[in-house]
Write a protein that binds this ligand. Structure first.
Ligand code: SAH
Ligand code: SF4
Ligand code: F3S
Length: 464
């Protein structure tokens, strides 16, 4: 059996892409291994979003080189592949900078990975595939076989849209993922049905701008994300739907209605805002103001009052003043987030912001980031703390770190740990929340004697 080792960096789309690469390689007789030493094929699926993310691949390549050398001494060949957004951004340069690399393949060419890896084996190193080919990779990637489907677990990702035409001035994604592209509704439905058939209970629809989705519907018209959500909610056995990442500009009435009408659509939304300053938002080319963002949040919360919000923030964008930063803090206080990611601005090669004047000093960035993160953490703690005493439906996904513990996710995407039987893995069960930490909740499964008493509470929780 040929073995492939794959390491994934960056966003959920890379996680999904890695699965699809493994699907394609499975057809060629490859099985995945978590031990690089055993692998004929090594794939690093990389991220270019910030400098730190992009540099990780070069330190990992040091480890790969050592293993490749040892394997070569034993007469074993290793094909080293760099995939993902660093591959797309650096292309040929990677081969020169890291001689251990045999193959560089961009995100739009993954359907060609098996063939290109085979060509390296017979013809030697030095292949680069970073064109955006005319033929869509999704039309050519093989559907996962039964065994591969079963490895997806209880919760799976499904890419419905890829690429971005928005060109925020700080961001590399439009350059690494190409123009916005939406998959047809029928292809998405077939993939979702196959996943559910294999035991998946929760699907997270993915796109760089997932709510800009406009795929070909079975009626020959373009469908939006809202319409797609209603359609997928009809799949028997698909209990939870999520989608990420949304852009504030593309939140429309039908998506809001789906949050109101569909029990399957989880009350959780990741809606990046980046900054609370209108001036900075304009220079970032976000295409909305802080006020627009607040109005959108109000509209979704009116439809789904228990909606938990998450966001992304950048501090220290070129020209950001104390007043601009204060506006970001004010927006956070206004909205109240259940969870958030925040970053120091990192200049990226080829993006407009990288050549803007008035760079913010590193120590100022650090101070602002710490202040913002303290506020966001206090909001997250309060949100999690408010769960104690409640009964939440939890989708159990894996065994916990401690013996006898199993771990799953609440509707609000919180990690929930309980002591419980492994037979609950892949199932949804009600959990009474006992304690809350910053990043997870602990709870207990109602004992059979208490079950009757828990029923009215459960009914209340579900009518939210
Ligand atoms: N498509 C999503 C974001 C994708 S990138 C959106 O439109 O919101 C994920 C996050 O990384 C961004 O939301 C942003 O907060 C952060 N990010 C992107 N480029 C960055 C940069 N150059 N420096 C720091 N953070 C950045
Ligand atoms: Fe990047 Fe902006 Fe596109 Fe998001 S919308 S992927 S931040 S360019
Ligand atoms: Fe990173 Fe590419 Fe995702 S740059 S965040 S892996 S789209």
């Amino acid at each position: 059996m040929k073995k492939v080792f794959i390491k994934t960096y960056g966003c959920q789309m890379n996680v999904y892409d890695s699965e699809r690469m493994l699907d394609a390689l499975a057809e060629q007789g490859f099985t995945p291994t978590s031990t690089m030493e055993d692998a004929e094929l090594v794939v690093l699926n990389t991220c270019h979003i910030r400098e730190k993310a992009a540099e990780k691949v070069y330190s990992e390549l040091g480890r790969v080189r050592a293993i490749k050398t040892v394997r070569a001494k034993m007469g074993k060949q290793t094909v080293v592949t760099v995939a993902g957004c660093v591959a797309q951004a650096e292309g040929e340069e990677m081969l020169a900078r890291a001689p251990v690399v045999d193959l560089v393949i961009g995100p739009q060419a993954y359907h060609r990975l098996p063939e290109l890896a085979a060509a390296v084996r017979t013809e030697g190193r030095g292949r680069v595939e970073t064109e955006f080919p005319v033929e869509g990779k999704f039309d050519h990637l093989p559907a996962p076989g039964k065994k591969r489907l079963q490895s997806r677990g209880a919760s799976a990702f499904l890419t419905i849209q890829e690429g971005c035409d928005k060109f925020c001035t700080f961001c590399v994604v439009p350059y690494t993922r190409g123009v916005e592209f939406s998959r047809p509704v029928d292809a998405i439905t077939a993939e979702a049905e196959a996943l559910v058939g294999a035991g998946v209970k929760e699907i997270t629809l993915l796109g760089q701008n997932v709510n800009a989705y406009h795929g070909l519907g079975p009626d020959g018209r373009d469908w939006g994300l809202g319409q797609l959500l209603y359609h997928l909610a009809r799949i028997d056995g698909l209990i939870r739907l999520r989608y990420t990442t949304s852009h504030p500009r593309d939140v429309d009435d039908e998506i809001i209605a789906a949050h109101r009408d569909l029990g399957q659509v989880m009350p959780y939304l990741h809606l990046p805002v980046q900054s609370g300053s209108d001036r900075i938002l304009a220079v970032m080319n976000r295409g909305h103001s802080a006020g627009d963002y607040l109005r959108i949040v109000d509209r979704i919360r009116a439809a789904r009052p228990d909606l938990a919000l998450s966001s992304d923030f950048i501090v220290g964008f070129p020209g950001e003043t104390e007043d601009d930063f204060a506006a970001t803090m004010a927006l956070v206080r206004d909205v109240t987030f259940a969870q958030a990611y925040s970053f120091k601005y990192s200049p990226r090669p080829g993006t407009p912001a990288a050549s803007m004047d008035a760079a913010v000093q590193e120590d100022v960035k650090s101070t602002r980031l710490a202040e913002l993160q303290a506020l966001l953490k206090s909001q997250q703690d309060r949100f999690n703390g408010a769960m104690t005493g409640r009964v939440l439906p939890v989708l159990f996904e894996r065994t916990g770190r401690q013996n006898g513990q199993i771990t799953g996710r609440s509707p609000y995407l919180q990690a929930v740990h309980v002591n419980g039987p492994e037979t609950l893995l892949g199932q949804i069960a009600d959990v009474e929340i006992l304690t809350a930490g910053s990043n997870s909740l602990k709870g207990s499964l109602p004992s059979p004697r208490l079950e009757a008493a828990a029923v009215p509470q459960l009914a209340k929780a579900q009518t939210h």
